[in-house]
Design a protein around this ligand. Structure first.
Ligand SMILES: Cc1cc2nc3c(=O)[nH]c(=O)nc-3n(C[C@H](O)[C@H](O)[C@H](O)COP(=O)(O)O)c2cc1C
Length: 213
């Protein structure tokens, strides 16, 4: 075969091979994006299905970069009108964690967490008017993100409620010196787990209604 003929045949074959590779690549990426309805398996889904409240900790401190990741996950949450009306108090001082634990036994802060994070609503950033109450939803979404991130990192955590119990909110305000417009939603003690509770299966088909009640 003449050398110029060889090159033109090779070039044509190469072009068709490129097309075939492109089609295969698209097919693989489409297939990998489709989630089977049943037995869904991926790391994110597994993480949220296996999350569990952890209330006993070893006392080990939490590294600053881990706390940073938790806060980044929290602030990735959705919020009404994207107001992001939140603030997070990261409590690492042992004396403050102990005071929270004494004043609020429900907060599990006496159970040796490495730190406690207090997700709060910042009323100065909330929507004006009656929709301002959306801050509770927004900070709740952030808190769930935080819990899921902690679990994904092998840390234990639990949401312990403050708001709407205004007595608890006032207690935290006094201990941590929060200004009036910062309303604590909950205390999340975070630590290395000293217990391994099993995740609860809460799926209940009776909770689901299709189209109308
Ligand atoms: C709004 C709210 C308030 C909660 N308050 C407390 C609390 O004060 N103390 C506590 O130990 N757990 C508290 N929890 C954790 C629940 O008890 C826990 O999520 C529930 O029993 C389900 O268990 P799981 O998180 O392991 O799935 C609270 C959870 C939520 C969402």
């Amino acid at each position: 075969m003449h050398i110029s003929k060889f090159y033109s045949t090779f070039a044509e074959n190469f072009q068709s091979m490129k097309k075939i590779f492109f089609i295969i690549a698209v097919a693989i990426s489409v297939a990998s994006c489709q989630q089977p309805q049943k037995n869904m398996k991926n790391e994110v889904f597994d993480n949220l299905m296996s999350r569990v409240s952890v209330r006993e900790f070893t006392g080990e401190k939490i590294a600053a970069d881990q706390i940073d990741s938790l806060l980044r996950a929290a602030m990735a949450a959705p919020s009404a009108l994207n107001k992001q009306p939140w603030a997070f108090i990261v409590v690492t001082e042992d004396s403050l964690i102990a005071r929270l634990g004494e004043a609020l036994p429900n907060s599990r802060c006496s159970n040796h967490p490495g730190c406690a994070i207090i997700p709060c609503g910042d009323l100065s950033k909330a929507i004006e008017g009656e929709l301002g109450a959306f801050w509770v939803n927004d900070v709740s979404a952030a808190t769930e993100n935080l819990l899921l991130a902690a679990h994904s990192m092998g840390l234990g955590a639990v949401w312990t409620g403050l708001h709407p119990d205004m007595q608890r909110v006032k207690t935290v305000q006094d201990i941590l010196g929060l200004p009036e417009h910062i309303i604590s939603l909950c205390v999340v003690p975070v630590g290395v787990p000293a217990e391994q509770p099993a995740a609860k299966d809460k799926y209940n088909a009776a909770n689901i209604h299709h189209n109308v009640w």
